[in-house]
Design a protein around this ligand. Structure first.
Ligand SMILES: C[S@@+](CC[C@H](N)C(=O)[O-])C[C@H]1O[C@@H](n2cnc3c(N)ncnc32)[C@H](O)[C@@H]1O
Length: 495
């Protein structure tokens, strides 16, 4: 029965204008993924299933769920579906996808053209005029992805429902969790970005406090899950059980929506959320064992153990525009951007880049500047083509002229000692460590996108001071450094 939906999907994913696609997040789930998601629900006692499909689109997910039910895979007596879809122009497709199931089973669909966020948040907040919603036994969703603006009505209604989150997808998921009955199940395909990062901390808490994570599926290729729509997000499928007891978590992987190379492995919850991690990042281990980084006996120090801090580069260029200069002038100091680095060395000033090379030193800018010294910097954004996510460089003051201060632009993370430089060997050792393969491999377990935040760098464990200095001294003695050399030396020093 799914082919009708699949045909609509293939036609619509080409015909919907890209502007509408991104404003309403209209990326429809391919049939193979929808089936995989529907198959994750547990087989239960007969009874009535109250199914929620929030942001139902053309009904791909509901149809896959109903397909499984009508072919005997789920033994409910009847299914009542609430399909929320704000775009009325999709309702005929949605209706078409659902009506066939009414002919063969006790199935009651309700298509709701209302805004799911407003409807659900008003109901949860107990607003007098809220549309009444049932307690759902099941929720299946592929929500829209879009930042929620801080002055938007969505932000206001979500706050009333006790949810503070930054993206439509996490809002859809949080609301759906709250609408589930105890022991209710949710399966969703969502971007991986909520697994780490400070902005999603309170959303992660909703997951941990209200649900048990049963399974996470990771698509190894970020380009392939939504290949008809050119979606470049790294997506995961998550299966949650409301009020469930947290046991081992199944981590499954496949390259793409073909699921030909599906792997499944159970991991203790402590391997997914580390007990000593105050940020409660969600790690997705893709192999059974510990990462090389975790297995090195000498790598278990936090940055605060080392007495080092890491911050986002404080110079936000568009806010300080009038103080920026293309090339150095009197009373200006170097302003350092990621483009100043090509490989290991910095090229400053560089007149062939579009960015400014200097920032005036005055009363307004002073608080954003650091004294000249050795620092380790890590780019906040790497490109998809780059082999590593974590890319570190050393700031060597001799490469930045005679000015007494330095400006670090916001696209860099800076390691410092209370806003001062680090000993040279420590900065070099830190940079070599961060550029090692074990760090990159470890990092990919909790960070699925190309952004590296200061919080991410704070959660990594480091070798102690002495080991970093040894690594730094060794690196300074080498005329050139290859990946292999760094990895081998780290293994010798840290294991
Ligand atoms: C990513 S698509 C997924 C559609 C469908 N669930 C699927 O898997 O193919 C998200 C859908 O949510 C709808 N949508 C966006 N914002 C909404 C809102 N506030 N309330 C209800 N639906 C919304 C969009 O029109 C879009 O069809």
């Amino acid at each position: 029965m799914l082919p009708i939906v699949e045909q609509s999907r293939l036609i619509l994913s080409k015909s919907i204008e890209s502007k509408q696609k991104s404003s309403l997040g209209q990326y429809f789930t391919p049939a193979t993924i929808a089936h995989f998601m529907a198959d994750l629900f547990l087989k239960r006692e007969p009874g009535t299933c109250y199914l929620l499909d929030a942001g139902a689109g053309i009904g791909s997910l509901s149809a896959a769920f109903l397909d499984r039910w009508t072919s005997g895979g789920l033994n409910f007596d009847s299914v009542k579906l609430d399909a929320f879809e704000i775009d009325q122009s999709l309702h005929p497709f949605l209706h078409q996808a659902l009506e066939q199931f009414q002919q063969v089973a006790h199935f009651t669909p309700v298509i709701r053209g209302t805004d799911f966020i407003r409807a659900a948040a008003n109901w949860i907040a107990g607003n007098l005029f809220a549309e009444a919603l049932p307690k759902y036994t099941h929720a299946i969703l592929n929500p829209p992805y879009k930042k929620i603006r801080s002055n938007s009505i969505h932000r206001t209604v979500l706050r009333q429902a006790g949810i503070g989150t930054v993206n439509l997808y996490s809002a859809f998921l949080a609301l759906s969790i709250l609408l589930l009955e105890e022991q209710g199940e949710l399966v969703a395909i969502v971007p991986r970005s909520f697994c780490n990062g400070p902005y999603y901390r309170s959303f992660r808490d909703i997951i941990f406090e209200r649900t048990a994570i049963r399974q996470i599926h990771l698509f190894a290729s970020r380009t392939k899950a939504f290949k008809d729509d050119d979606v470049l997000q790294e997506n995961i499928i998550i299966h949650l059980l409301r009020g469930g007891r947290q046991g081992k978590v199944i981590i499954s992987t496949s390259t793409d929506d073909g699921f030909d190379d599906l792997t499944l492995r159970k991991h203790p919850f402590e391997r997914i959320v580390f007990p000593d991690d105050p940020e409660r990042f969600i790690h997705i281990p893709t192999s059974s064992g510990r990462t090389a980084l975790e297995s090195y006996s000498k790598i278990h120090y936090s940055l605060s153990d080392l007495g080092i801090q890491v911050s986002t580069g404080p110079v936000v260029d568009f806010r300080l525009k009038k103080h920026l200069r293309k090339m150095p002038v009197a009373d200006a100091v170097p302003l350092i951007y990621p483009v100043h680095f090509n490989g290991n060395r910095a090229k400053w000033p560089n007149d062939s880049i579009k960015k400014p090379n200097a920032i005036c030193h005055n009363r307004e800018t002073e608080k954003w500047l650091f004294p000249k010294g050795f620092y380790c910097v890590v780019r906040r954004f790497s490109s998809k083509e780059e082999k590593r996510r974590v890319i570190a460089n050393v700031i060597d003051p001799s490469e930045f002229g005679n000015a007494p201060l330095l400006g670090f632009e916001n696209h860099l993370n800076v390691f410092h000692d209370n806003k001062h430089g680090l000993p040279q060997a420590l900065a070099v050792g830190l940079s070599a460590f961060l550029n090692s393969t074990p760090v990159d491999e470890h990092f990919r377990r909790f960070n699925g996108h190309t952004q590296v935040n200061a919080t991410d760098l704070r959660t990594i464990r480091y070798p102690n001071h002495a080991t970093l200095i040894l690594l730094g001294k060794w690196a300074l003695e080498q005329t050139s450094l290859t990946q292999e050399m760094i990895d081998r030396k780290l293994e010798v020093l840290a294991s």
